[in-house]
Design a binder for this molecule. Structure first.
Ligand code: PGA
Length: 257
């Protein structure tokens, strides 16, 4: 028997990145909330911090969950510009993305900092969506497994038994925003590696949703989500269009892996 919770719900999380505006958010979230009725997967939007309050109000009465795109590793204090996990919690956030490749690349975030951010989120009762993924150069050098395992190992090391409370997103860097998607087989292969690593770390690894991210869209979601170890998606570009995002949610609601 596989070590998985067979009826675990898939999670589709939108990552708006630095996009949005008061009017556009209003239209987008209203359309998602309306279209979400009857969906049997988990759905969330990870919005820029200034819009948390707006989206918190718009999602009221809906199953749409709210998430942030980053979180400080610190609980409070003299950290200008940072947003703490407790502040996110104050606005109803259930998720926080940590270690997105854009933060690793443009903000110099390393594995240890990402692990500390995951810890800060967990301490506030927020599920960190821990992003891992290889660059094209690393894939071509045959280093994919080594890289993603190293990135996840740091989070496991820092978070101990709490590791079953995280979500993981495998996002090959070369597939993000590029229109290039990992084939379902390529993604599944890496997801299986991550699954095994989690299984070795906790008896409750079956709880962890391992999402795929990187140009997932309405057209390719169903085949990716049909893979046995793909428990959802982290969606960038396609999450800014309600119809596309909802189509991915429908695919996740129907997927039997
Ligand atoms: P994309 O982004 O879907 O636009 O490729 C995914 C992500 O970066 O989380």
């Amino acid at each position: 028997m596989q070590d998985r919770t067979q009826d675990k719900k898939k999670l589709i999380a939108g990552n708006w990145k630095m996009n949005g505006g008061i009017e556009a958010n209003d239209a987008l979230v209203r359309a998602i909330v309306t279209g979400l009725r009857g969906a049997s997967c988990l759905a969330a939007v990870c919005v820029p911090a200034p819009y948390l309050a707006q989206v918190q109000v718009l999602r009221q009465g809906s199953t749409l969950e709210l998430g942030a795109q980053d979180v400080s590793a610190h609980a409070q204090g003299a950290y200008t510009g940072e947003v703490s996990a407790r502040m996110l919690k104050d606005f109803g956030a259930r998720y926080a993305i940590v270690g997105h490749s854009e933060r690793r690349q443009y903000h110099g975030e390393g594995d240890a900092l990402v692990a500390d951010k995951a810890k800060a989120a967990l301490a506030a009762g927020i599920t960190p969506i821990v992003c891992v993924g290889e660059t094209l150069t690393e894939r071509e050098a045959g280093r994919t497994e080594e890289v993603v395992k190293r990135q996840l190992a740091a989070v496991i090391h820092t978070n101990g038994h709490c590791i079953s409370e995280i979500a993981v997103a495998y996002e090959p860097v070369w597939a993000i925003g590029s229109g290039k998607t990992a084939t379902p087989e390529m993604a599944q292969q890496v997801h299986a590696v991550l699954r095994a690593q989690l299984k070795a770390a906790t008896a409750h690894s079956a709880r962890v949703n391992i999402l795929y991210g990187g140009s997932m869209n309405a057209g390719n979601a169903a085949t990716l989500l049909a893979q046995p170890d793909i428990d959802g998606g982290l969606i960038g570009g396609a999450s800014l269009n309600a119809a596309d995002f909802l189509q991915i949610i429908v695919a996740a609601s129907h997927a039997v892996a």
